[in-house]
Ligand binder design. Structure first.
Ligand SMILES: Nc1nc2c(c(=O)[nH]1)N[C@H]1C(S)=C(S)[C@@H](COP(=O)(O)O)O[C@H]1N2
Ligand SMILES: [Mo]
Length: 153
C-alpha cells in the first residue's frame, strides 16, 4: 500500500495492518483535532522513518502518486518531525474520495517556512515515499492558472 525507497537502510512496504502496527507513540487518532475539517487516523512520518532508517545523505522526500501521476519533492528536514500519513477512517482504509488509501499530510505547512512546502504537497493516493540526496520529480502546479486547471480535472 505504501512503500519507502531510496536512501534508507531498509526499504520496505507497509500494508494497512503494518501502518496500524506502528508504535503507539507515533499514532495520531483523529486528525480533525489538529486541522478542522480533516478526517481520519494517521501515523507520524517519524514513525515510518524510524523503521526504514534514512541515510545521512537523505535530504529530500519524494511523494509519489502513480494513480494520477502527481509527484512532489520537498526538503526532508522541514517535515520529518511534523508530517503525517493518514491511512484509516472509521477503522477502514482511508477512502479514495478522502485521498486514500494513504494520504500525505502536513498539518501546519505554513510553519515550515519554505516555499517548497505548501498544501499542494498534501499528496493524495501516495503509494511511494522516496528519499533522495537532491530534489526529485515534482509536477505540482506552479502558478494560478496551472492550479486552476488541476482543480478543474
Ligand atoms: N495525488 C494527488 N494529490 C494531490 C493533488 C493531485 O492532483 N493529485 N492536488 C494537490 C493540490 S494542488 C492541493 S491544493 C491539495 C488539495 O487537497 P484538498 O482538496 O484535500 O484540500 O491536494 C494536493 N494533493
Ligand atoms: Mo494546490
Amino acid at each position: 500500500m505504501l512503500s519507502i525507497t531510496g536512501l534508507v537502510a531498509t526499504p520496505r512496504s507497509f500494508s494497512f495492518a503494518d501502518l496500524a502496527a506502528i508504535a503507539a507513540e507515533y499514532q495520531v487518532a483523529d486528525v480533525s483535532r489538529l486541522v478542522a475539517g480533516r478526517k481520519g487516523d494517521a501515523v507520524q512520518l517519524a514513525g515510518l522513518l524510524a523503521v526504514v532508517k534514512p541515510e545521512v545523505s537523505a535530504a529530500w522526500l519524494g511523494l509519489h502518486a502513480d494513480r494520477d501521476d502527481f509527484h512532489a519533492s520537498i526538503p526532508l528536514a522541514a517535515v520529518a518531525d511534523k508530517a503525517l500519513v493518514i491511512y484509516r477512517l472509521d477503522g477502514e482504509p482511508l477512502p479514495e474520495k478522502a485521498g486514500g488509501p494513504v494520504r500525505f499530510f502536513i498539518p501546519d505547512f505554513a510553519a515550515c517556512h519554505t516555499h517548497e512546502i505548501d498544501e499542494c504537497a498534501n499528496v493524495k493516493f501516495v503509494d511511494r515515499l522516496e528519499l533522495t540526496s537532491a530534489k526529485g520529480l515534482d509536477n505540482r502546479p506552479h502558478d494560478g492558472d496551472a492550479h486552476a486547471a488541476l482543480h478543474a480535472r
